[in-house]
Write a protein that binds this ligand. Structure first.
Ligand code: AMP
Length: 280
């Protein structure tokens, strides 16, 4: 496995891969790798000749300095994990490499952002679309892999490649969970044992939504009220949002008619966690 930190070096490697007509699978990450990231790597490994993983903590997608400063960072351990997953190239640039002096071009979207995380984290998705567009231009993957846990992110990325005519197949892989249901997240490390216990209410609220949906309740106000009560009765929690939206347009629904996405963002102590499930 090669670990590359310079853009021109990874571009050279990509050129030679393309010359030999090999396909490239790409998994962009911010590091602190866990089994969720590993599941994306395994899908990409299976479906492509060459697997490139990027590890880059992108400052422009953080709307909260504390979150950025406290984001876990473990590059050596991440490189070891990638090695075990038969990754061909880890691309781990520094910020001077990705945003050199004079950088001033951003990719922004004007749809899909007035709900869910887009509404409560202003600027976040501009950072995501900008860094992902840059990484796609550098790596030129055939397929790129994202997790369902960040559902809105994958919707935004699908729109990005369609709108900018990038010929990249966006694959969305299922959310990997702990045995007790908590979605894996790099931020889970920050939870103390009591908060870790409280965090279970997130998936609990989604299961409540599914149970109500399964018993033919379609009125989202009703469902959200019950989800809210699951979270509110749990210690150390503060709700950021609970929404039920159209799974494609991400528009808020008052009545579920077809496929919907139930999504929540909750502060557990000082850590903000998100999760979602599809109701169908
Ligand atoms: P991050 O490093 O948090 O930016 O995540 C990198 C990629 O891993 C994103 O596409 C995430 O959606 C995905 N991911 C994060 N957590 C999980 C999880 N629990 N299951 C599946 N994919 C995940």
């Amino acid at each position: 496995m090669e670990v590359i930190t310079k853009i021109n070096e990874v571009q050279e490697r990509v050129l030679s891969t393309k010359d030999s007509r090999k396909s490239i699978g790409f998994v962009p990450t911010m590091g602190a790798l866990h089994d969720g990231h590993i599941s994306l790597m395994r899908s990409a490994r299976n479906e492509n000749d060459e697997l490139i993983v990027s590890i880059y903590l992108n400052p422009t997608q953080f709307d909260n300095n504390d979150d950025f400063d406290n984001y876990p960072c473990q590059l050596n351990k991440d490189i070891e994990i990638a090695g075990k997953e038969n990754v061909d190239v880890v691309f781990a640039p520094c910020t001077e490499e990705m945003y050199p002096d004079g950088f001033c071009t951003y990719v922004t979207q004007d749809k899909l952002l007035d709900t869910l995380c887009g509404r409560v984290r202003p600027g976040h998705f501009d950072g995501v679309t900008t860094i992902v567009a840059k990484l796609f231009n550098i790596i030129k993957p055939d397929r790129a892999y994202f997790g369902q846990k960040d559902y809105q992110q994958s919707a935004v990325i699908k729109r990005l490649v369609a709108d900018l005519n990038m010929n990249i197949d966006i694959k969305v892989c299922p959310t990997v969970r702990e045995e007790d249901g908590l979605a894996l997240s790099s931020r889970n490390i920050r939870l103390n044992p009591e908060e870790r216990q409280s965090a279970l209410c997130i998936y609990g609220s989604l299961l409540k939504a599914r149970a109500m949906f399964d018993s033919n309740i379609r009125d989202t106000k009703n469902i959200i009220k019950e989800m809210t009560s699951v979270i509110k009765k749990t210690k150390h929690t503060k709700i950021d949002y609970i929404s039920i939206v159209n799974e494609r347009t991400l528009e808020e629904l008052s009545l579920i008619d077809g496929k919907a996405l139930a999504a929540v963002a909750v502060w557990i102590g000082n850590t903000r966690l998100i999760d979602n499930i599809i109701l169908e």
